[in-house]
Each structure stands twice: as C-alpha cells, then as structure tokens.
Design a protein around this ligand. Structure first.
Ligand code: ZN
Ligand code: ZN
Length: 96
C-alpha cells in the first residue's frame, strides 16, 4: 500500500488513479478509464453512455426493419403444417 488513498482508483485501492470521470468525478486508474473524444469516463458512466447509444440504435433498427421476419416464420410454419398433413394422408390408409 504505497499509493495514497487520495490518488488511488476508486475500484482498485492499490492502483494509482490517472484520471477523473467527468460524470461522477470518481478517480479511475488506467484499467478503469474509458476515453471518449479525449474525455475520461469511469466504467459505470461509460456503461450508461453505451447503453443509451445501444438502445437508440436498437430502436432505429426496429423502426426501420419490416415485419418480414415474422411473415417468414409464419409462412414456414404454414408450409410445415401442410407438409405434415400431406405425409399423414400418404401414411394413413385413406377412408374405408
Ligand atoms: Zn463516472
Ligand atoms: Zn481501477
């Protein structure tokens, strides 16, 4: 424990902090820091940023993506049902 508490990373007491998170002012070491456009973020704040970004991208994708996947799935199910019906009619003796 040679690193003074004041200069230690909030997550790693034995590591020296090299920066301060602009969001929460937490001291962070080189392992915990994430630089975005030259600005330091701690892990938690960067995760929050990334989460926001991911959600926005996800929403855009969902909005722009047509319901083709759903239609394809429904079509495949219908085809499978018809196929099974056909096989059953061939396998079973028809009427009597
Ligand atoms: Zn932070
Ligand atoms: Zn750290």
């Amino acid at each position: 424990m040679t690193v003074a508490a004041a200069a230690a990373c909030q997550n790693h007491p034995s590591r020296e902090a090299i920066g301060i998170c602009v969001e929460c002012r937490a001291r962070i070491c080189s392992e915990c820091v994430t630089k975005v456009d030259g600005i330091n973020y701690c892990v938690a704040c960067y995760a929050r940023l990334a989460d926001h970004g991911a959600r926005r991208r996800e929403a855009d994708e969902v909005a722009s993506r047509p319901a083709l996947a759903y239609l394809a799935a429904a079509g495949a199910l219908l085809l499978a049902t018809l196929l099974v019906w056909g096989l059953l009619e061939v396998a079973l003796p028809g009427g009597g």
